[in-house]
Design a protein around this ligand. Structure first.
Ligand code: AMP
Length: 141
Protein backbone atom coordinates (compact mmCIF):
# COMPACT_ATOMS: atom_id res chain seq x y z
CA UNK A 1 0.00 0.00 0.00
CA UNK A 2 1.34 3.41 -0.92
CA UNK A 3 1.05 6.23 1.57
CA UNK A 4 0.60 9.91 0.94
CA UNK A 5 3.84 11.80 0.67
CA UNK A 6 4.65 15.51 0.61
CA UNK A 7 7.14 17.21 -1.62
CA UNK A 8 8.32 20.73 -2.26
CA UNK A 9 8.49 22.51 -5.58
CA UNK A 10 9.48 25.90 -6.96
CA UNK A 11 8.28 27.43 -10.19
CA UNK A 12 11.49 29.29 -11.03
CA UNK A 13 11.89 32.91 -12.21
CA UNK A 14 12.25 31.95 -15.90
CA UNK A 15 8.90 30.13 -15.90
CA UNK A 16 7.06 32.76 -13.85
CA UNK A 17 8.32 35.59 -16.08
CA UNK A 18 7.12 33.89 -19.25
CA UNK A 19 3.62 33.28 -17.86
CA UNK A 20 3.97 29.52 -17.47
CA UNK A 21 2.77 29.35 -13.86
CA UNK A 22 -0.84 28.42 -14.65
CA UNK A 23 0.16 25.75 -17.15
CA UNK A 24 2.69 24.17 -14.78
CA UNK A 25 0.14 24.11 -11.93
CA UNK A 26 -2.32 22.49 -14.34
CA UNK A 27 0.24 19.84 -15.36
CA UNK A 28 0.83 19.04 -11.69
CA UNK A 29 -2.85 18.83 -10.84
CA UNK A 30 -3.59 16.66 -13.87
CA UNK A 31 -1.04 14.14 -12.54
CA UNK A 32 -2.86 14.03 -9.21
CA UNK A 33 -0.78 16.40 -7.10
CA UNK A 34 -2.81 18.23 -4.47
CA UNK A 35 -1.58 21.74 -3.73
CA UNK A 36 -1.53 22.10 0.05
CA UNK A 37 0.53 25.30 0.17
CA UNK A 38 1.36 27.96 -2.41
CA UNK A 39 2.94 31.42 -2.33
CA UNK A 40 4.48 33.82 -4.84
CA UNK A 41 7.47 35.74 -3.54
CA UNK A 42 10.90 37.10 -4.37
CA UNK A 43 13.87 35.78 -2.41
CA UNK A 44 17.15 37.51 -1.67
CA UNK A 45 20.50 36.18 -2.82
CA UNK A 46 21.21 35.17 0.79
CA UNK A 47 17.93 33.25 1.03
CA UNK A 48 18.73 31.47 -2.24
CA UNK A 49 22.19 30.57 -0.89
CA UNK A 50 20.59 29.08 2.22
CA UNK A 51 18.17 27.03 0.18
CA UNK A 52 20.90 25.70 -2.15
CA UNK A 53 23.59 25.39 0.57
CA UNK A 54 24.14 21.76 -0.43
CA UNK A 55 25.50 23.04 -3.78
CA UNK A 56 27.80 25.73 -2.30
CA UNK A 57 30.98 24.11 -3.66
CA UNK A 58 29.59 23.63 -7.16
CA UNK A 59 30.83 25.90 -9.98
CA UNK A 60 27.27 26.96 -10.83
CA UNK A 61 26.36 28.05 -7.26
CA UNK A 62 26.96 31.78 -7.81
CA UNK A 63 25.05 31.90 -11.05
CA UNK A 64 22.21 29.69 -9.74
CA UNK A 65 21.65 31.82 -6.63
CA UNK A 66 21.75 35.03 -8.73
CA UNK A 67 19.14 33.52 -11.03
CA UNK A 68 16.88 32.29 -8.23
CA UNK A 69 16.88 35.75 -6.64
CA UNK A 70 16.33 37.57 -9.95
CA UNK A 71 12.52 37.68 -9.92
CA UNK A 72 9.30 36.22 -8.55
CA UNK A 73 9.04 32.52 -7.84
CA UNK A 74 6.11 30.35 -6.76
CA UNK A 75 6.77 27.93 -3.89
CA UNK A 76 4.54 24.89 -3.57
CA UNK A 77 3.81 22.19 -1.04
CA UNK A 78 2.40 19.20 -2.88
CA UNK A 79 0.82 15.98 -1.69
CA UNK A 80 0.28 12.69 -3.50
CA UNK A 81 1.16 9.05 -3.23
CA UNK A 82 4.82 8.71 -4.25
CA UNK A 83 4.98 12.50 -4.62
CA UNK A 84 8.77 12.92 -4.58
CA UNK A 85 9.58 10.48 -7.38
CA UNK A 86 6.45 11.30 -9.39
CA UNK A 87 7.20 15.03 -9.37
CA UNK A 88 10.80 14.41 -10.52
CA UNK A 89 9.36 12.32 -13.35
CA UNK A 90 6.89 15.04 -14.34
CA UNK A 91 9.64 17.69 -14.22
CA UNK A 92 11.94 15.80 -16.60
CA UNK A 93 15.73 15.75 -16.74
CA UNK A 94 17.67 18.66 -15.17
CA UNK A 95 19.06 19.50 -18.60
CA UNK A 96 16.03 20.16 -20.81
CA UNK A 97 17.99 18.84 -23.79
CA UNK A 98 17.55 15.41 -22.20
CA UNK A 99 13.96 15.87 -20.98
CA UNK A 100 11.29 13.53 -22.28
CA UNK A 101 8.17 14.64 -24.14
CA UNK A 102 5.30 15.49 -21.82
CA UNK A 103 7.54 16.82 -19.04
CA UNK A 104 7.49 20.35 -17.65
CA UNK A 105 11.10 21.00 -18.60
CA UNK A 106 10.66 19.74 -22.14
CA UNK A 107 7.85 22.24 -22.57
CA UNK A 108 9.15 25.23 -20.66
CA UNK A 109 12.85 25.08 -19.69
CA UNK A 110 15.46 27.24 -21.44
CA UNK A 111 18.70 25.66 -20.18
CA UNK A 112 20.23 23.46 -17.49
CA UNK A 113 20.14 26.43 -15.10
CA UNK A 114 16.96 28.18 -16.24
CA UNK A 115 15.03 24.93 -16.05
CA UNK A 116 11.60 26.15 -14.90
CA UNK A 117 11.01 23.98 -11.84
CA UNK A 118 12.62 22.56 -8.75
CA UNK A 119 11.46 19.43 -6.94
CA UNK A 120 12.83 17.78 -3.80
CA UNK A 121 14.95 14.70 -4.50
CA UNK A 122 14.42 12.73 -1.26
CA UNK A 123 12.40 12.57 1.96
CA UNK A 124 14.91 14.48 4.08
CA UNK A 125 15.41 17.22 1.51
CA UNK A 126 11.62 17.54 1.09
CA UNK A 127 11.29 18.08 4.85
CA UNK A 128 14.08 20.69 4.89
CA UNK A 129 12.77 22.49 1.81
CA UNK A 130 9.12 22.53 2.95
CA UNK A 131 10.16 23.96 6.29
CA UNK A 132 12.41 26.55 4.60
CA UNK A 133 9.38 28.20 3.01
CA UNK A 134 6.30 27.05 4.94
CA UNK A 135 5.29 26.97 8.58
CA UNK A 136 3.30 23.86 9.46
CA UNK A 137 0.13 25.85 10.13
CA UNK A 138 0.19 27.24 6.55
CA UNK A 139 -0.33 23.82 4.97
CA UNK A 140 -3.89 22.69 4.23
CA UNK A 141 -5.19 19.39 5.56
P1 AMP B 1 18.99 20.21 -8.07
O1 AMP B 1 19.19 20.37 -6.59
O2 AMP B 1 19.43 18.91 -8.60
O3 AMP B 1 17.63 20.70 -8.52
O4 AMP B 1 20.02 21.22 -8.75
C1 AMP B 1 19.86 22.54 -8.50
C2 AMP B 1 19.75 23.33 -9.73
O5 AMP B 1 21.05 23.72 -10.09
C3 AMP B 1 19.21 22.67 -10.99
O6 AMP B 1 17.83 22.54 -11.03
C4 AMP B 1 19.71 23.65 -12.03
O7 AMP B 1 18.91 24.82 -12.06
C5 AMP B 1 21.08 24.01 -11.47
N1 AMP B 1 22.13 23.20 -12.07
C6 AMP B 1 22.38 21.89 -11.89
N2 AMP B 1 23.43 21.49 -12.61
C7 AMP B 1 23.87 22.59 -13.27
C8 AMP B 1 24.93 22.84 -14.19
N3 AMP B 1 25.76 21.88 -14.55
N4 AMP B 1 25.05 24.10 -14.66
C9 AMP B 1 24.22 25.09 -14.28
N5 AMP B 1 23.20 24.91 -13.40
C10 AMP B 1 23.03 23.69 -12.92
Amino acid sequence: MQTLQRTFSIIKPDAVSKGATGDILHMMQEKGFRIIGMRMLEITKQQAEGFYAVHCERPFFESLTNFMSSGPIVVLALEKENAIADLRKLMGATNPANAEAGTIRKKWADSIERNSVHGSDADDTARFELSYFFAGYELCK
